[in-house]
Design a protein around this ligand. Structure first.
Ligand code: ADP
Length: 504
């Protein structure tokens, strides 16, 4: 039986109208559940009446994070359209618009030029501008629409709610379908494994066009009737201030490692008290054990998790009581989900063997939008999703992500996983951030090149770095080259884009 979709914000607007639903950190706007529901209801009605948007249509959003963006996301829950959100370079956006064929593009005034360019080039029939609550077509649409809800479309958990394009750290972006059901189960996992609940107050600085912003913890916080603080984007100083300020009551946040590396380097970090935070998730890329230990020492309740767009985030989570004993591991599978490790020959591996992590369960995408070939290649053996991540399970059932298969290189016939070398580089206290890639080599086939960003004012040499690596790693893993650079390339989520690092 298909489960019908329930209108969460209407429920909370009726049961707790005065409760704070959302705070837009940049503009200072605050919305109670009654106000949030009123705006979203009017917006859904306006989108239907003015633009003819209906169930199954795509509505794209090009904007920095804001509570307005939340409104569009939740108008999709009321009206049944598919929310399509992205923020990349213009050629990629043009590619995505042709792929996703939205009926409307909602954009923030600060992105007017690229938005109008893309709309024209990709033939998007209509656009709608928003400006953080200021005079705009978006505000007019809300103000002029009736507050009565339109009849609900017949939506079920199997219907797509969003199409999220994978962040493109690997090749052309693919639009993963996220159904209402996937989101529902992910919300349950946030409750079970991260203690998210009605009194929770979540801070979102990861982009809402990515599962890192949307699924942990913005949407589940609305589901449970909690409060969302929405930052426009990541700003280390603002994030540190909000996380450490007990008066905001923030209990939850989710970060990629680069965010926490930047926060750790701020002068205010040493005095900051994080003990009131219930859970801060970290994932999206491998956090080094050094970084995890630094935050564990501060008593932050950091929870290492693994997940991906295609799994509506959480796939594995490390419980707080194992943070030290299992440091570096991404935890155990979340409830309702099965995980297995499969070797290159397609055999399921036992504990200790490195293989591909495959996952099955209700948070896994039904497939990519418009990509029959990718769908055929991504699912095996009756629904196991191939993640492309190399991982290993220990005897207690805890999974460690070794690296992406794609990032592994082969030196003198030996497999080298850059993440292992990066973890060793992070032990050097002058290293702020680093990335290792394989580069071609006449004798060994490939060797490692390390890119290092030093902490402000710190100094070291390539020789000292290599000497440290030699003391910790087998010879063939020691990077042959070490380059010091000012900044690593990151995508909009804050992940290092290794393909942008020079191989020559
Ligand atoms: P993209 O592949 O474009 O970055 P996603 O943003 O969906 O797409 O990221 C998912 C990927 O991020 C995973 O497949 C994995 O490679 C990486 N990842 C997520 N969590 C972790 C983690 N805890 N440790 C290491 N890598 C992780």
């Amino acid at each position: 039986m298909s489960i019908p979709v329930y209108d969460w914000i209407r429920f909370h607007a009726e049961g707790q109208p005065g409760k704070l639903a959302a705070v837009d950190v940049e503009s200072g706007r605050r919305l109670t559940y009654a106000q949030f529901n009123d705006r979203v209801t009017r917006l859904a009605r306006g989108l239907s009446e003015k633009f003819g948007i209906a169930k199954g249509d795509r509505v794209a959003v090009l904007a920095p994070n804001s509570t307005d963006q939340m409104e569009v996301q939740f108008a999709a829950q009321k009206l049944g359209f598919i929310y399509l959100d992205w923020r990349l370079a213009v050629p990629e956006l043009e590619y995505i618009s042709r792929d996703g064929t939205p009926a409307l593009l909602v954009f923030h005034a600060s992105m007017r030029d690229p938005a109008l360019q893309i709309a024209e080039r990709a033939g998007i029939p209509a656009t709608l501008e928003m400006t953080d609550g200021g005079e705009s077509a978006y505000e007019q649409l809300i103000a002029r629409s009736q507050p009565e809800q339109l009849p609900s479309p017949s939506l079920t958990h199997d219907d797509p709610w969003s199409i999220i394009y994978t962040s493109g750290t690997t090749g052309r972006p693919k639009g993963a379908l996220l159904t209402h059901g996937q989101m529902f189960y992910n919300d349950l996992h946030c409750a079970l494994h991260m203690a998210l609940s009605p009194p929770s107050v979540s801070l979102t600085f990861l982009p809402m066009f990515h599962v890192g912003g949307l699924c942990v913890y913005l949407a589940p916080t609305v589901h449970f009737g909690g409060t969302n603080y929405v930052m426009r984007g990541f700003d280390a100083a603002v994030a540190l201030r909000l996380l450490a300020d007990q008066s905001t009551g923030i209990t939850h946040g989710f970060a990629v490692p680069t965010n926490l590396i930047m926060i750790e380097q701020l002068p205010g970090f040493a005095e900051a008290d994080f003990s009131h935070l219930v859970s801060v998730g970290i994932g999206g890329a491998a956090p080094s054990p050094t970084l995890l230990a630094t935050y564990n020492k501060k008593g932050m309740n950091l929870q290492h998790a693994w997940g991906m767009t295609e799994t509506a985030t959480l796939g594995t989570v490390l419980s707080p009581d194992k943070a030290t004993e299992k440091i570096g591991a991404a935890g155990r599978p979340v409830l309702h989900t099965q995980i297995r490790i499969v070797d290159t020959g397609g055999n399921v591996c036992g504990p200790g063997a490195v293989g591909e992590l495959q996952i099955k369960g209700p948070t896994v995408t039904p497939g990519y939008w418009n990509k029959p070939d990718a769908n055929a290649a991504s699912f095996v053996d009756g629904g196991w999703f191939r993640t492309g991540d190399a991982a290993v399970c220990d005897a207690d059932g805890y999974y460690t992500i070794v690296d992406r298969w794609k990032d592994m290189y082969i030196s003198g016939g030996e497999n080298v996983y850059p993440a292992e070398i990066e973890n060793v580089l992070y032990q050097i206290n002058t290293v702020a951030e680093c990335a290792v890639i394989g580069i071609p080599h006449d004798k060994w086939g490939e060797v490692g090149r390390a890119f290092i960003v030093l902490k402000a004012g710190a100094e070291t040499t390539a020789e000292a770095v290599q000497a440290h690596c030699r003391s910790q790693l087998a010879r063939y893993k020691v990077p042959t080259e070490v380059r010091f650079i000012v900044e690593l390339p990151h995508n909009a989520t804050g992940k290092v884009t290794k393909h942008a690092l020079p191989k020559t």
